[in-house]
Write a protein that binds this ligand. Sequence first.
Ligand code: ADE
Length: 251
Amino acid sequence: MQIDVLTLFPAMFEGPMTESMLWKARDRNLLDLRLHDIRDYALDKHKSADDIPYGGGGGMIMKAEPVALAVEAALAGAPAGTPVILMTPQGRVFSHDIAKELAQHEQIIMVCGRYEGIDDRVRQLIATDELSIGDYVLTGGELPAMVIIDAVIRHIPGVLGAEGAADADSHADGILEGPHFTRPPEWRGVSVPQVLQDGDHAKVAKWRREQGLRRTWQQRPDLLMTAELTEDERYLLATFANEDAGKNPHP
Ligand code: ADE
């Protein structure tokens, strides 16, 4: 998969994109990451990529032309339908499902905004999508782009150790993952649950699903509104609810 990132600060990507999984993906040619410095596409002699806003107000706005030229350079030879994604706190909120969908593309282009944002004509004429990583405002789109790249490449076959492991992640089916343990079997008085130590695969799978459900009920009950659950799982949820109802909050 090819990911083109358009940014005024390509050096920000150096550390995160050269370590761990991301480096492994690049090293195995599963990810072809191309960084484009938007300033290289600024045509005036000062190479200015930003300007003051029409109508006044503080801050600077990224100019449309350098961004457009950088996108067009990245799109040269790209397959039809290649997404051009603006990183913006006004976009749709990124999720596991969007990560999975983006991983199906041969190429994606990500545009990182800075300052007060990008001239809106880039959004109107060039972007095909706008993504936010959450309801808060960062100083630029670079960190969101890195977050999204990390989440997307986990869905490229061969990037993770066990094939399909991303399908077992928290959020893969609307349910969080249960707890994990490693050796020693007892640490500071807390034992690893016996079912995991016994290693009966069917029992372990059932236990993990139950723990995932319990965790979702405790931490993110909102997810349960849309999760696909079996009859047994619905019954289990009802027992969690009954357990909680029986607890005295003011003992
Ligand atoms: N740029 C600034 N804040 C952002 C956010 N929350 N998501 C994506 N891009 C951003």
